[in-house]
Write a protein that binds this ligand. Structure first.
Ligand code: MRU
Length: 347
């Protein structure tokens, strides 16, 4: 069966956003239609659509939906209100705020458009441009990073940085998809990624779909798998990268980076330029999302901890730049990771 796009706009300016409901994977592949900005907000918050770039693209379409229901004279204020609202859906992935800023700018620059229909068409066109640019950035990341993958290697990844986390094709997984397209054979170890299992549910599913050799491991098995010599490279995605290269990604990534260093394994991050936040000098300032304790105590419908127990559930951690061998972007490879090298490539 053909896999639908992670998210796509259906119809014209009065259309709607259709997205794969990722909470149902891997056992059910179903789409969900969002016809209001509130439904887009809920889809982002509930991780029906997730992964830093995909969240940004979804939010851009959410702005179009908000304005479709706004009184004609209030287009620009409607965009401002929608951006403020959507920005509250999740705090860590900077792509959300980056995409909303793009929509705000487009709205301000075109606020004198003669009629509300033209204003909506302009907003839809900007959201579709963000969507298309993300697809292109992912292909470029794949091309830049594929040369790091050698025949016969074991590659470990954490969480899901694939097509499901972007408009298409992914970031960390784009590197693997491209290397496979180029004919290289390698084995992928997918950390299952507690508590919501994006690695087991989504990454393993995506790699299987493309016929790539994938083995799921529990998060606490990575050290042993590395010690046994099964991993030669780690590649992960990112939710926000500070000016010095410190990188926020799914909780557990920092631990993987420490393990990689202890075993002499290069640790790479793959991310588009929309994931960099050069306004933050280090990763200290990156806001870390705290999620519902029930994700830990009642994951997937079964209680696994005693009633009333205290839970700490940060959704992300920050890997210091010193543990990162290189950052694969659509513009090229940043290696070694220094603020000067980042600014030279992106500014
Ligand atoms: O909480 P999630 O599932 O949105 O977290 C996603 C990640 O941490 C991904 O690794 C990251 O967004 C990179 S996506 C290309």
């Amino acid at each position: 069966m053909a896999v639908p796009r992670t998210l796509e706009w259906i119809g014209g300016p009065d259309g709607f956003l259709r997205l794969i409901d990722q909470t149902l994977l891997p056992t059910r592949l179903e789409c969900r239609d969002c016809r209001t900005v509130e439904e887009v907000w809920e889809a982002i918050r509930a991780l029906r659509v997730r992964g830093a770039p995909a969240i940004g693209v979804a939010a851009a379409y959410g702005v179009v939906l908000a304005v479709a229901r706004c009184p004609a004279a209030e287009g620009e204020q409607g965009v401002e209100r929608a951006c403020e609202y959507l920005a509250t859906a999740r705090p860590t992935a900077v792509n959300l705020f980056w995409a909303l800023d793009r929509m705000r700018r487009a709205s301000r620059e075109n606020s004198r458009l003669p009629d509300p229909e033209a204003f909506r068409r302009m907003l839809l066109s900007e959201a579709q441009t963000i969507d298309k640019e993300d697809q292109e950035m992912c292909r470029s990341i794949g091309r830049v990073g594929a040369e790091l993958i050698r025949d016969g290697q074991g590659v470990l990844t954490h969480c899901n940085a694939g097509g499901l986390a972007t408009a298409d094709f992914g970031t960390a997984l784009a590197v693997l998809f491209t290397a496979a397209e180029q004919g290289r054979n390698f084995r992928v170890f997918a950390d299952e990624t507690r508590p919501l299992l994006q690695g087991a549910r989504l990454t393993a599913w995506e790699l299987q779909q493309r016929g790539i050799d994938v083995t799921v491991i529990c998060d606490n098995m990575a050290a042993q798998v590395m010690k046994e010599g099964r991993v030669q490279l780690v590649v992960v995605g990112a939710d926000r990268i500070a000016a010095n290269g410190d990188t926020a990604n799914k909780i557990g990534t920092y631990g993987v980076a420490i393990l990689a260093q202890a075993h002499g394994i290069p640790f790479y991050v793959a991310a588009p330029s929309s994931t960099f936040d050069l306004g933050l000098s280090t990763g200290e300032a990156i806001p870390i999302e705290q999620r519902d304790p029930r994700e830990v105590t009642h994951g997937f419908g079964r209680q696994t901890a005693p009633d009333g127990v205290q839970v700490y559930n940060p959704a992300f951690d920050v890997t210091p730049a010193r543990l990162i061998a290189g950052i694969i972007t659509e513009k090229g490879l940043i290696r070694p990771v220094t603020e000067a090298a980042i600014r030279a490539l992106l500014d």
